[in-house]
Ligand binder design. Structure first.
Ligand code: 13P
Ligand code: SF4
Length: 419
């Protein structure tokens, strides 16, 4: 297909993000949309047929026609058919760095909604961020709503601990929550800099040192693993705040004694891994090295040889000697790709059943072709744009994160308890 140059000012099909989303009516898959949260479940579009044999050629042609006007960013968990077209691949941290420095006026984000929002926050205001399927949300991010976080903060105030608490949110959260953290003296972290970010947060707490507390959103597992394995806190120093329970399910005394207040959220992909899977793989493949992502449960991480972000897992596989056997607990698209790229090593998936991230997988070649060809035709579809008020503080929080040491500050040094 021959593609024309894009018109100067494309028509827009925009989603904007209110400062604090409210309410959470049940939205059935494919019906309704909540543009203020991660629950964009509708993606109306005249998509090419998935069995169109020319899809890859169409994507190539559209990219060629757009030239330097478009940059495609791809998270490592994307399908092979999509990641092939990424100009930059990375984990959440790397992609946020890329978005902050990208020159292209159009950023097509092949990842999930919170990542596209972060690109919109970090990019220039004249840049346009496009998410090929608005239904590509994140179940973990959906576990914390802006309104719930405001309520939680009020709960900390009632318990008399808000003044000594710094909020720290994982990248996997809505723009509204990132903004809340920025406005309340906190920051963002990803799995590659969580230890540095949590140390930073404790340093910011008024009085610092022993009196400080961190409210960690929304992944309880990353928060717990970081607090215990990297910062040397105990499990008893951590409490879990449940936004669906009165008072968060915690007494004032529990809140006063806690050092880390973990939000009750988790990744539906990484939380599937169990210690029994590590036990089984060690029995089946003696000498195996078990690499896990810090979104995994603490009991799983304790059984692993190494724990690290997606980028770190990739580097460990690259560095493993030929003939090594490596079992990995993270998203399956990435594990399959690593196995294909390293035929001299035995790279296996830790789970015994299929475990793709369903929302990452929503970005497929038909959606990518659709948004690229629309751009070529002068139309912007599926734009993700964070409103100016939310953006202001969310950007502060993201910039605090980008100023921290990145990869290298992993949890890897402190695990390795098994074999
Ligand atoms: P990282 O990209 O920081 O490793 O996070 C993994 C993830 O679950 C992204 O959704
Ligand atoms: Fe969200 Fe987990 Fe999927 Fe990442 S892998 S997008 S945290 S559900």
């Amino acid at each position: 297909m021959t593609a024309a140059r894009p018109a100067a000012a494309p028509a827009r099909n925009t989603t904007s993000v209110p400062t604090i989303p409210i309410g959470s009516p049940l939205l059935l898959l494919g019906r309704g949309a909540d543009r203020g949260a991660e629950r964009g479940v509708v993606c109306a579009g005249d998509l090419p047929a998935p069995d169109d044999p020319t899809l890859a050629a169409r994507a190539r042609d559209a990219k060629a026609a757009l030239g330097e006007r478009v940059m495609v960013l791809g998270h490592h968990y994307q399908r092979d058919q999509v990641i092939e077209f990424a100009d930059a691949r990375g984990d959440s941290f790397e992609l946020s760095r890329q978005a902050a420095t990208a020159e292209a006026p159009y950023l097509v984000f092949c990842g999930v909604h919170f990542m596209a929002e972060s690109a919109s926050i970090l990019g220039r205001e004249d840049q346009t961020v496009i998410l090929p399927d608005l239904a590509a949300g994140c179940s973990m991010a959906d576990m914390a709503e802006g309104r719930q976080v405001v309520d939680a903060w009020a709960r900390l105030e009632r318990a008399g601990v808000a003044a000594q608490t710094v909020p720290l949110t994982y990248m996997n959260s809505t723009a509204a929550i990132k903004s809340f953290c920025g406005e309340h003296g906190g920051a963002i972290c990803t799995s590659s800099n969580a230890p540095a970010a949590m140390r930073w947060a404790f340093e910011q707490a008024p009085g610092g040192g022993d009196d400080g507390k961190v409210l960690f959103l929304p992944d309880q597992h990353l928060g717990r693993n970081t607090a215990v394995l990297s910062l040397g806190l105990s499990l008893d120093d951590c409490v879990v705040y449940d936004p669906w329970q009165p008072d968060g399910g915690l007494t004032d005394e529990q809140l006063r004694e806690a050092r880390v207040i973990l939000w009750k959220g988790h990744c539906s992909v990484h939380a599937r891994f169990q210690p029994s899977m590590v036990e089984r793989i060690r029995a089946e493949r003696p000498g195996v090295e078990v690499l896990v992502h810090p979104e995994c449960r603490h009991e799983v991480v304790l059984e692993a040889d190494r724990v690290g972000s997606t980028g770190q897992i990739i580097r460990w596989v690259e560095q493993a000697p030929a003939g090594a056997t490596v079992a990995i607990a993270t998203e399956l698209n990435l594990v399959k790709r690593l196995a294909e790229e390293h035929p001299d090593k035995d790279v296996v998936f830790l789970d015994d059943t299929v475990c793709f991230c369903a929302t990452m997988n929503r970005i497929d070649l038909p959606h990518l072709v659709w948004v690229l060809e629309a751009l070529v035709a002068g139309e912007v579809v599926n734009e993700v744009r964070v409103d100016a008020t939310t953006r202001r503080w969310a950007r502060v929080a993201l910039e605090r994160m980008l100023a921290l040491p990145g990869d290298g500050a992993s949890l890897t040094a402190v695990v390795g308890t098994a074999s």
